[in-house]
Design a protein around this ligand. Structure first.
Ligand code: G3I
Length: 426
């Protein structure tokens, strides 16, 4: 069975071609998804049952499970249901309505990233991030802060300064500390979970010398010790936020060998905890594709429980399930994909519900208009794997949405219990 999912490129265990980039995202093209979207909608609405009005919350209160929001249904489990938000999209009332009513947690898709917040050295621009925060605060939503240290979406002054030799290693470490602490202090008391370090390690397909290891700009420049430093710096700046390591392709353990990324991350987190580094959580991004076999709820639950055994909370942080678009967008071609997609969304949620330390389930965009998959090249061409969200391009709920509702509604003790809150490590 295939075991791999990645935001940069989907691979089976046999495929080794990497299409992921670090500092320079892949070129995008117009998405085939956009062309297929209208036809996909036909297939979806034929199977998803009556859709609720897209424009606003229901006029009269519907207390049936299918009439309740995901956030509402998840509340009795104490589970936050989140979405990534693009502040620019909030101008669309249909987008805004769903973002504000369905979800109890939000993540800025790009607005808190370094290239956005400090495009010019020493000059911060918090405007997009503050628009996002204002939305979250108005709607009483918990905020996942994304992201403090990543190899991607870094400002040009930083990467070019390092490349030219104008910024040396000692200065770079100081710059990173300042970035982490200025950002965390700016949002102090307003962020529930911070993705402190994101995607720090290789996959099986880009492993060096046949082993998973540290990768990218920060490890190359500062060595892997930057991971522990970043958590310590973040803790100094906000003693109350939960501090997460966040990565993809850590949905399930493999054979425990040198190419098992989940096992590598597990050992890394274990060491950090043993060394007193204030890491409070592990975020499993969970970018899946129906091209692959993916996981059962049992595998997800087992993975989350094993991480919880280290004393950390867990969260599913960027869930989406894309489809390799068929040549023709007929109902015959699309409906099996939508069913497979619903299965994957559901397996992830059920696994999370089964583990009491899994405290949030966040989708990486909720509708097929606003998904990074629409333009990304996963190896088959830009936008060839898309339709990844739980609402279609017309903001109608897809089978995946209904599956999540049912999972939340029809789960109860003794097997599903309320979440155990995580306390920040001092
Ligand atoms: O803002 C510029 C705009 O000025 C410019 O005209 C346009 C032209 O291409 O690009 C815009 O920037 C794009 C940005 O999204 C905002 O839309 C970048 O090109 C594009 O690369 C960027 O993609 C983001 C991607 O991270 C970058 O790696 C996606 O929206 C975002 O969903 C994605 O999110 C990541 C998580 O942060 C970490 N985990 C993986 C996940 C998916 O890759």
């Amino acid at each position: 069975m295939s075991r791999t999912s990645t935001p940069g490129a989907s691979r089976t265990t046999r495929t080794t071609t990497s299409t992921r980039t670090t500092t320079h995202p892949r070129r995008r093209g117009r998405a085939l998804a956009a062309t297929l979207a209208g036809l996909a909608l036909t297939a979806v609405t034929a199977t998803a049952g009556p859709a609720r009005p897209a424009s606003a919350a229901p006029v009269h209160e519907d207390r049936t499970p299918q009439g309740r929001t995901l956030g509402d249904l998840a509340a009795r489990h104490d589970l936050a249901i989140g979405t990534a938000v693009d502040p620019a999209a909030l101008i669309d009332p249909r987008y805004r309505s769903i973002a504000s009513t369905e979800f109890t947690s939000v993540t800025a898709e790009n607005a808190m990233k370094w290239e956005v917040t400090e495009p010019v050295r020493g000059t911060y621009d918090w405007s997009a991030a503050e628009r996002f925060m204002a939305f979250a605060e108005r709607n009483d939503q918990k905020v996942r802060g994304h992201v403090l240290v990543w190899n991607n979406q870094l400002p040009a002054w930083l990467t070019e300064g390092v490349a030219s030799g104008a910024i040396d290693r000692a200065e770079l470490r100081g710059i990173l500390k300042k970035h982490v602490q200025d950002t965390v202090r700016h949002f102090k008391g307003r962020v529930w979970q911070w993705d402190v370090v994101n995607e720090a390690v290789t996959d099986s397909y880009d492993a060096v010398d046949g082993r998973i290891g540290y990768k990218g700009f920060w490890a190359e420049q500062l060595g892997p010790g930057y991971v522990a430093d970043a958590f310590r710096w973040a803790r100094e700046a906000d003693p109350k936020a939960l501090l997460f390591y966040n990565d993809y392709n850590i949905d399930a353990f493999g054979d425990g060998g040198p190419l098992d990324k989940t096992a590598f991350v597990y050992r890394m987190v274990k060491r950090l905890r043993e060394n007193g580094v204030p890491i409070d959580g592990v975020g499993s991004q969970a970018h899946l594709s129906t091209r692959y076999g993916n996981y059962s709820a049992f595998q997800i639950a087992d993975t989350l429980e094993r991480f919880a055994g280290l004393g950390v909370a867990t969260a599913l942080t960027e869930v989406d399930v894309r489809n390799l678009l068929p040549a023709e967008a007929t109902s015959d071609a699309l409906n099996p994909l939508l069913q497979a997609q619903a299965f994957d969304y559901s397996a992830l949620l059920t696994g999370c519900l089964a583990s009491r330390h899994c405290i949030s389930y966040t989708v990486w965009g909720f509708d097929d208009n606003h998904s990074w998959t629409n333009t990304w090249d996963f190896g088959s061409g830009p936008g060839r794997e898309a339709l990844a969200a739980i609402y279609d391009t017309g903001y109608q709920p897809k089978p995946a949405y209904r599956a999540l509702q049912a999972d939340l509604a029809y789960s109860a003790p003794p097997l599903v219990q309320r979440r155990i809150p995580q306390r920040p490590t001092p």
